[in-house]
Write a protein that binds this ligand. Structure first.
Ligand code: MD3
Ligand code: FE
Length: 216
């Protein structure tokens, strides 16, 4: 596959400030992308993707799973982090070393040294899948950033302000792109536009997004 040919090239370091505290690092994870995809496939084998149900009773369009000591879950009782997979009753799979290393390195690069994630949410998008505008506020300490890694098909990421009703900027996030969200952007509203159909050499008709969090 063509993507493998580029895996040995150094990742070009391009830094774009999206907002106060938010840094887009295009291609930052390209050198590790194949390893990250295999690691994610391994996680998804051990804790299969599922469509979680919102407190309102609707199945989410994005299929999700987790790895690490804690995982984000949603059900009729609400949103929370917990140490076990509600489907199996077992602990979530360990966070693969390649994932922890990338998350820490990206946070450091963006000015958040010493970031050690205790949760990684794995999101799977297929053609038409969207994620509506929301805030990530189920974590204990908003001082820690969230690191997101895009893999597979490109997506249009929607980035708003501190209020749901404000203006929204759009950014195309491609395979290997990393965004670090900290500081004032940590509680910004954000979402993902419906995924366009396509075929990615490593991931086929899918986009996988990894978000590394400090939940506790
Ligand atoms: C901005 N995921 O899992 S990642 C999520 O592409 C989520 O799957 C999207 O939003 C995805 O909660 C977007 C980018 C992202 C993640 C967390 C943020 C942006 C953020 C937290 C605060 C502000
Ligand atoms: Fe989010």
């Amino acid at each position: 596959m063509t993507a493998d040919l580029f895996d040995d090239l150094p990742a070009p370091v391009s830094e774009e400030r999206l907002a106060d505290g938010a840094v887009l690092l295009r291609g930052f994870a390209l050198a590790e992308a194949t390893a990250l995809v295999s690691a994610a496939e391994d996680v998804m084998r051990r804790a299969p993707l599922r469509h979680m149900v919102t407190p309102g009773g609707r199945a989410m369009a994005v299929a999700m799973t987790n790895c690490g000591p804690l995982g984000w879950v949603s059900d009729r009782r609400g949103y929370r982090y917990q140490g076990t997979d509600p489907v199996s009753g077992e602990p979530w799979p360990a966070m693969p070393g390649a994932m922890v290393a990338l998350a820490t390195r990206a946070a450091d690069h963006a000015g958040y040294p010493g970031f050690v994630p205790d949760a990684c949410l794995v999101n799977e998008y297929r053609a038409g899948t969207r994620l509506s505008l929301h805030q990530d506020r189920d974590e204990l300490d908003f001082a820690a950033p969230i690191v997101s890694v895009s893999l597979g098909l490109p997506a249009v990421f929607l980035f708003g302000g501190q209020a749901r009703s404000g203006p929204v900027s759009r950014y195309r996030l491609a395979h290997g792109d990393v965004v670090v969200w900290g500081g004032a952007s940590r509680l910004a509203f954000h979402g993902v536009a419906p995924l366009a159909a396509g075929l990615h050499p490593l991931l086929g008709e899918r986009r996988i997004n990894l978000t590394f969090r400090r939940a506790r």
